[in-house]
Write a protein that binds this ligand. Structure first.
Ligand SMILES: *Cc1c(COP(=O)(O)O)cnc(C)c1O
Length: 455
């Protein structure tokens, strides 16, 4: 009865999996905000390097992972597949609970799976500096780590509320040589205009994206990078699921349920998409994306066109969204506070290949604490959403007397989120669900934007 299933280094995936090649119907195109026509490579050239634009638009099923990227991946990959024996015993469930441990990377989450190739492809395409945004700091620290390995400068716009609440991730970024700026900042037109109206703005991911894009466009040799949502990011994350498939095979298991938490959708997609491929071919798998009730993009948002950022600088993405001006309440799972979601994840929800579920903040922390006290590792507040759902599924298996196999994405550790655990243990956290009225109000701004053909 294995506790951890380790893959030898030589079985690290040599290609990423692109689910676009297997979709039951074509994606709604990404639109240029000014012309309303599908964007082309030339529209993206101001912010992304050509090799990543090619991946963003690729229809090829398998894309080779370059040797220098594999070499850096080997710093921590393949990651362990672990079995939560102690939690199973505590719950008295017949379910077998496996989790893919992405917390073992140097910055402590799944995000370097894409930060490394993004830094590499920028390097070979001549980028000197990369600007980006970060919420709680996981993406900023992953990119700071990756750019340091490839000798590229890194400038990170960090949502101000997190910048103030979470100094340790800023210090990590600075340790890896990056510059970290609280957003909104006075460095950009977007930041200045927001500060002039609201000097104490706590910031949001949408605002920080606007700032980072503006900073990239206005500086020489500089490009922008996004840590989630886009096709090329999701592509890179599929190493998670491709490894997990091999690891499950080694022990003769196959999941009945696959679970991941969703902010922009990348760790969920990274684990789930290789299994969605099996599902498209006929496998019976329940695949669940889990989000907070306070930012219920997939469960309560609309599937429509929206901007990726607050100030409307990005192309229009076909996705579930709460509106680009939506600023979620300051819940502690900072990585799950994005107003939109990856178009590929939205597409699979619309196609009923996956389903979505929302959990309350207090339930997620209760799950995180139970996990820490049974399995030992302290999960990121984002990850506790997946854990809460895995526990729910394990309890259901118990009620039904079924030997279910549950697999979930352990997207990162929570060792830099201990203040959130403290707030929970001191009884300072609350649940928060958006009302129907609040959601309708937030979605009003989308009425004048184009609508996707698929609904
Ligand atoms: C960023 C982050 C998330 C959410 O982002 P996705 O793109 O949805 O994966 C989840 N968990 C951790 C630990 C993160 O750092």
């Amino acid at each position: 009865m294995a506790s951890k299933i380790l893959l030898p280094e030589d079985r690290i995936p040599k290609q990423w999996y692109n689910i676009v090649a297997d979709l039951p119907s074509p994606m709604d195109p990404v639109l240029h905000p000014a012309t309303g026509r599908p964007v082309g490579a030339e529209d993206l050239a101001a912010i992304f390097p050509p090799s990543l634009i090619e991946q963003e638009m690729s229809q090829k099923r398998w894309i080779d992972i370059p040797e220098p990227v594999l070499e850096k991946y080997l710093l921590w990959r393949p990651t362990p597949l672990r079995r939560a024996h102690n939690l199973e015993r505590y719950l008295g469930t017949p379910a077998r609970i496996y989790y893919k441990d992405e917390g073992v990377s140097p910055p402590g989450s799944h995000k370097p799976n894409t930060a490394i190739p993004q830094a590499y492809f920028n390097k070979i395409d001549g980028t000197k500096k990369i600007c980006t945004e970060t919420g709680a700091g996981q993406w900023g620290s992953a990119l700071a780590f990756a750019t340091s390995l490839f000798g590229i400068q890194c400038e990170v716009y960090m949502v101000r509320v997190s910048y103030n609440q979470k100094p340790y991730r800023r210090i990590m970024m600075e340790t890896w040589g990056a510059t970290c700026i609280p957003s909104p900042s006075d460095r950009t037109e977007t930041g200045r205009s927001i500060l002039s109206v609201k000097p104490d703005s706590p910031g949001s991911l949408g605002i920080a994206i606007s700032e980072a894009i503006e900073a990239a466009i206005t500086q020489e040799g500089t490009r922008y990078a996004l840590g989630s949502v886009l096709n090329h990011v999701i592509l890179h994350q599929t190493v998670i699921g491709l490894e997990a498939q091999q690891q499950m095979e080694i022990i003769g298991e196959y999941p009945d349920v696959v679970i991941g938490c969703v902010g922009g959708g990348s760790n969920f997609a990274g684990l789930a998409f290789p299994f969605v491929r099996d599902k498209i071919k006929g496998k019976d798998i329940d695949i669940i994306a889990v989000e907070p009730t306070s930012c219920p993009t997939l469960t309560k948002g609309a599937y429509t066109y929206d901007f990726g950022d607050t100030s409307g600088k990005t192309p229009l993405l076909p996705m579930h969204t709460l509106g680009h001006h939506f600023v979620p309440p300051p819940l502690h799972a900072g990585g799950l506070r994005y107003h939109g979601i990856a178009p590929l994840v939205s597409k699979l929800l619309v196609e009923n290949l996956i389903r979505a579920s929302a959990v309350q903040q207090l339930d997620t922390f209760a799950a995180g604490l139970l996990w820490a006290r049974t399995e030992g590792y302290i999960p990121a507040p984002e990850t506790t959403h997946a854990i809460a759902m895995a526990i729910e599924e394990a309890k259901k298996a118990k009620d039904e007397g079924k030997e279910k196999v549950i697999l979930f994405s352990w997207s990162g550790h929570g060792l830099l989120d201990l203040a959130a655990y403290e707030a929970y243990m001191e009884g300072k956290l609350a649940n928060y669900s958006l009302s129907v009225e609040e959601i309708q109000e937030a979605l009003k701004e989308l009425e004048h934007l184009p609508k996707p053909k698929t609904t």
